[in-house]
Design a protein around this ligand. Structure first.
Ligand SMILES: [Fe+2]
Length: 128
């Protein structure tokens, strides 16, 4: 059984799927069950570069940034996601190398954020 906004990755082809609506079935890709991605959040030097920070921005917005992370062609943040704790709001921004790793979204209470690094995987706040 899946849960809303979970991310699953195929370890064979690299497909990543996100759950928009929950279901009973198991996600399969390339003939194998897909692996549930969970946000890393340990407090090592590597986590410092990956944890998204949420701050107020202008009057009615929030800024999510991963400023300490490189945005090089071979090592960069591929996307940033922001959602409300109740999962009723959800924002996604894809990034390219050389882009600033930040995302501006409408202000809301209880926002969580996560980001996906092409080398180090998923980081951020989880629902658990
Ligand atoms: Fe990284």
């Amino acid at each position: 059984m899946t849960k809303k906004l979970e991310l699953y990755k195929c370890e064979i082809c690299g497909n990543i799927a996100e759950i928009i609506m929950e279901g009973q079935g198991e996600l399969v890709c390339c003939g194998e069950p897909m692996k549930l991605l969970t946000e890393q959040k340990n407090s090592t030097e590597i986590s410092e570069k990956h944890m998204p920070e949420i701050s107020d921005f202008k009057e009615n917005h929030k800024k999510i940034s991963v400023d300490k992370h490189p945005m090089l062609p071979d090592h960069y943040i591929e996307f940033i996601e922001v959602f409300s704790k109740n999962k009723n709001e959800h924002y996604l921004k894809y990034l390219l190398p050389d882009e600033k790793p930040e995302f501006i979204v409408p202000k809301s209470d209880n926002l969580l954020a996560r980001e996906f690094c092409n080398i180090h995987g998923l980081w951020g706040n989880s629902f658990k």
